[in-house]
Design a protein around this ligand. Sequence first.
Ligand SMILES: [Zn+2]
Ligand SMILES: [Zn+2]
Length: 353
Amino acid sequence: MKNAKAYSAASATAPLAFDTIQRRETTERDVAIDILYCGICHSDLHQVRDEWNSVMPTVYPCVPGHEIVGRVIQVGADVTSFKPGDLVGVGCMVDSDHDCPSCNNHVEQFCADVTFTYNSPDKHGAGPVTYGGYSESIVVDKDFVLKVPDNLELSGVAPLLCAGITTYSPIRRWGDIKGKKVGVVGLGGLGHMGVKFAKALGAHVVVFTTSPHKKEDALRLGADEVIISTDPEQMQAHAFSFDFILDTIAADHDVNAYLGMLTLDGEMTLVGAPETPLQVSAFALLFGRKKLSGSLIGGIKETQEMLDFCGEHNITSDVEVIPIQQVNEAYERLVKSDVKYRFSIDMASLKQE
Ligand SMILES: [Zn+2]
Ligand SMILES: [Zn+2]
């Protein structure tokens, strides 16, 4: 075992604070990574505060962080695809059983034995659960390490590992969106990535927002049009016209209003997770033979494809870089959606602890 500096929460009500955790020695299948940046995902906050207790209770201390970018410092004997010095990323998963229908179909996120990057039972026993990216280093199975293109600004690469793949995957799975009318509901960490990907893939992109002040920024990010969703006239003008809608809202909202915007055989995919069940009107689906679906991150192969696509199209997340000492203030601002559009922690700040 090796000591690693980290920030952890000791309980659901404790702030994140400096801690020392254990990382395992690099086994033959492992890649040891020196972490440069880690994005702050809303899931980190939910997990730290034990807000998902009914589905996955938090084990403390909790070290969150699953938007990791860093540099390889050591590799095991069986690792041929990475070498020390390589720029790499780690997302929401760090291991699986490597051999089930989901793993064999490159959708490891649905493996019954997937190991998530934090708060998952640690098969290697370095801790009771896995510890995430709010740390100076991490050791990860080679199959769950991604190559990061070297032409991108690294602070903005980190959020691609969760917010990026979460929006890229459903857009690609829908099919060829070139020339199609695509809606993005909500302009936050997820939504702003959805706009960038849909635009780069050639869609006519329309952002739905309740905040008129977000219009200018939506256009800057690549949207062709912006609809203020609280204005019935604007909504009516676009009714029955969308081929695909990506719904990124994590709070309770009326999905029927957006289903009404879809054209014949149109599809809306949910990537946000409101706490209370949504009310769906059957009529909103029947008329127009519409589909309502969900999506959860993406497999490793697709995540690599997304990173390569970002390299080719020069796409990164818009980030506000912070030292780790400001992480608790960042959480307070995240609750108020006061960030454009993702916090990225500069892990060099951890060295002074
Ligand atoms: Zn996330
Ligand atoms: Zn599996």
